[in-house]
Every structure is written in C-alpha cells, then in structure tokens.
Design a binder for this molecule. Structure first.
Ligand code: CU
Length: 160
C-alpha cells in the first residue's frame, strides 16, 4: 500500500510540476525541474494523511442522509420498520390518507414512549407533511408509533 501511495503522489507531483512549468516556462526548460521533484519523496506521505483527515471531518459533521416516504392508511402505517444509519439526518415524507383522522409519527427510545427522540406534528387526513430529525448515535432498536393510535400504529426504529 504505502510504496504505491508514494509512487502515486510522486507521479502527481511530476504531473503538477510539468503542468506548472509548462504554463510558466514555454521555452522547454520544464523537464529538468520535474525530475528534481521526484528525488524528494520523504515529504509526500504527510500530504496524503492531511487529505484523509479532511475527509473524515466532513463525514463527522454532516452525517449520512436517510429519506423515507411513509403513509398512514386505514389506521395503519404502510411500514413496520424504519432503518437508518447512526446519527443520520432523517427525512420522512408522511402522508395521512385517512379522511378526517389525525395521525403522526413519533420516535421513542422504547415502547414505553416515555423518552422521546422525535415527535412529529399531528396532521388530519388527507394531508401530507415532511419530518426531519437526527437519528441517535447509539445503534439499537428503538420504537416509533402514532401518538393518536399508540396501540394500533407502531413499529421498530432501527439505528445501525
Ligand atoms: Cu394515528
């Protein structure tokens, strides 16, 4: 792995050197400059590490996305399981198809529904809304339900 990485970086440096030299010196003096650059591979691994750190930081701050479309129809959700990555930015488009009946989606730590993770606004059908929230960072099986029909409309909210 490492020798290949060094070689790759060295090649990139050569290419960059040729390009830069080509732009600034059209006389043809570019070739000797590029050859000198190859003899200093000691500094190149540091550049590679810096790149990796930047990528990891981007993932940590942004979080993965998870988008769902869920409907409530005839006093039932059309899905019994919602699975998301840890700390995902969850987006649920919720459609209530029950004429004159209120529903919502609420996520709790467990079926006791004491500790809430997210409680969506209740809408009366036919209507549609979009919920957004952040999933827990701890993987596990959580719980979701409609707060208006907590016995009939329930499911597993799984964080992976
Ligand atoms: Cu309901």
């Amino acid at each position: 792995m490492k020798p290949n990485a060094v070689l790759l970086v060295a090649l990139l440096v050569v290419s960059a050197g040729l390009l830069a030299a080509g732009c600034t010196a059209p006389d043809g003096d570019a070739t000797p400059t590029a050859t000198e650059t190859v003899t200093t591979p000691t500094g190149t691994p540091a550049v590679t590490e810096t790149g990796n750190v930047t990528t990891a930081a981007t993932i940590a701050t942004g979080g993965p996305g998870a988008t769902f479309a869920i409907a409530a129809d005839n006093l039932a959700f059309d899905t019994s399981t919602i699975t998301v990555p840890a700390e995902a930015n969850v987006t649920i488009t919720f459609e209530n198809r029950d004429d004159g009946i209120p529903h919502n989606i609420a996520v709790y730590t467990n079926a006791s529904a004491i500790e809430e993770i997210f409680v969506g606004e209740t809408i009366t059908g036919p209507d549609q809304t979009t919920y957004t929230f952040t999933a827990p960072e701890e993987p596990g099986t959580y719980f979701f339900r409609c707060d208006v029909h907590p016995q009939q409309m329930t499911g597993d909210f799984i964080v992976e």
